[in-house]
Design a protein around this ligand. Structure first.
Ligand SMILES: Cc1cc2nc3c(=O)[nH]c(=O)nc-3n(C[C@H](O)[C@H](O)[C@H](O)COP(=O)(O)OP(=O)(O)OC[C@H]3O[C@@H](n4cnc5c(N)ncnc54)[C@H](O)[C@@H]3O)c2cc1C
Length: 426
């Protein structure tokens, strides 16, 4: 198996960006070059704010943003039913709408900045693992009535023409979704920031933030940035930088593998161009890649896992759906760390000491990070208020390490519930 991720191996040449080695001033300093930080920087530059500096501890896209499944679709880690139950129809629809707009923003940025990121327009198929068709009918009816989105029903026969596996009973197609190479997109965003006048430093971990009235100083090993506004967008990788934020977040890992090129077999098994995920709580997600490999993801854990172990358990999951792939070789396997709040909603706001933050996007973050970037940029540039519906989720404590053990136990419980639903429907 290759070391590193498929995305790293196929991202092409990347420029060597400088490390911060001076004491500089900026209007806005952003900590973290994942999708949240990059989208905030682009949003600011698009609103006419100059002098935007992004500091990245490793390299652009080092975190979850450069390692994820590449699904670009509306919604949050908190599912729509819970969002509706917690906020009511008007607020839930309004927040969901932010993520739908973010999908459009991503498409527009790909076009405007000519970002070559293997984007595939095929929608997302939500395939039913269970026999009970009511799951899909309910969801379809409810996405239309409450969220104003038309998900299309795909019956068993039609689905066989899209996914050649007996595993699923039917599906819903979300037509407005697409999938892409997330690391190429992150690198494209960084290039767009630089060509719009912003600066991105790599290998520049922020080790301290000093806040005082008027300006904040952000310190790295070899330099510092004094800025009027500082945005913390470090995902699950902050490692003690801002305890007030990290107390409210759990770093949780999830996994991806990529097979060897499958040639015609890929299209025989998956004629669909859609990104695919299933109806279980602990779902699989997968998509065909342009070079006929299959990317497969799933599972969460609070532990580090070795690539060989990841390949073993994800391949087992894949073969349950596509038995003909039992001899397919796995060429890449990797994990990534997500940041989760207890309430599973993004944390977007401002601390009493003036620090802005955009964190907690969990396992469904490509569109929400872009939405967060837009909200933060509009607030910083034009003083627009952040949505009150989001503020009410707040920063509840996660009580690590007990919170991590609870997250693992709750995932195991959800897996059990999936199994029970499966047996009950037989
Ligand atoms: C395996 C996997 C699959 C996923 N699949 C999908 C999917 O298909 N679709 C979807 O919508 N979502 C998916 N997600 C979730 C999504 O990737 C994340 O929610 C999103 O990328 C989070 O972006 P971020 O910018 O908040 O964090 P990150 O991408 O983790 O970026 C944070 C960055 O901040 C940097 N940083 C941290 N601390 C410092 C510091 N002190 N100084 C400087 N820099 C710092 C880190 O090095 C890192 O680069 C997946 C996640 C994983 C891990």
């Amino acid at each position: 198996m290759n070391a590193g991720s498929y995305y790293e191996a196929t991202a092409g040449d990347r420029p060597l960006r400088s490390t911060l080695e001076a004491h500089i001033d900026a209007e806005v300093c952003i900590i973290g070059a994942g999708f949240a930080g990059l989208a905030t920087a682009l949003g600011l530059l698009e609103r006419g704010v100059r002098d935007v500096v992004v500091l990245e501890a490793e390299q652009v896209g080092f975190g979850a943003s450069g390692r994820n499944g590449g699904f670009v679709f509306g919604g949050f880690s908190l599912d729509c039913a819970d969002l509706l139950a917690q906020l009511g129809p008007v607020s839930a629809k309004s927040l969901y709408g932010l993520t739908r707009r973010a999908v459009t923003t991503i498409r527009e940025r790909i076009r405007r900045h000519a970002i070559d990121c293997d984007a595939v327009e095929g929608g997302a198929l939500w395939v039913n693992w269970f026999k009970d068709e009511a799951i899909l009918r309910r969801q379809q009816q409810w996405m239309a009535s409450q969220f104003g989105v038309a998900w299309q029903f795909v019956g068993a026969t039609q689905l066989r023409g899209l996914i050649n596996s007996p595993r699923y009973s039917a599906a819903l197609l979300e037509p407005d979704a697409f999938h892409f190479h997330p690391l190429k997109y992150a690198l494209g965003e960084a290039r767009a920031i630089e060509s719009s006048g912003g600066t991105v430093f790599e290998q520049s971990r922020v080790t301290r933030i000093e806040t005082s009235s008027g300006a904040t100083r952000v310190v790295t090993a070899h330099g510092s940035v004094r800025a009027r506004h500082v945005v913390v967008a470090g995902g699950g990788h902050l490692h003690g930088l801002v305890p007030a934020l990290e107390r409210a977040m759990l770093p949780v890992a999830t996994y991806v593998m990529v097979t060897e090129p499958l040639g015609d077999v890929l299209r025989e098994l998956i004629p669909s161009r859609a990104a695919i995920y299933d109806t279980r709580f602990a779902f699989d997600y997968y998509r065909g890649l342009p070079d006929t490999r299959l990317l497969w993801g799933g599972r969460i854990s609070v532990r580090d896992r070795h690539p060989a172990d990841i390949a073993t358990f994800l391949k087992r999951d894949m073969v349950k759906v596509f038995a003909p792939l039992r001899d397919a070789k796995v060429d890449y396997a990797w994990g990534g760390t997500m940041s989760y709040a207890r309430h599973k909603m993004p944390q977007i706001g401002r601390l009493p000491n003036g620090l802005w933050y955009g964190l907690g996007f969990g396992g469904h973050g490509v569109a929400p990070t872009t939405a967060a970037g837009e909200l933060l940029a509009a607030s910083i540039a034009h003083g627009e208020p952040l949505p009150s519906e989001l503020q009410r989720y707040g920063l509840p404590r996660t009580f690590r390490p007990a919170g991590l053990a609870a997250a693992q136990a709750s995932y195991a419980w959800l897996q059990l519930k999936d199994r029970w639903r499966e047996i009950a429907a037989l």
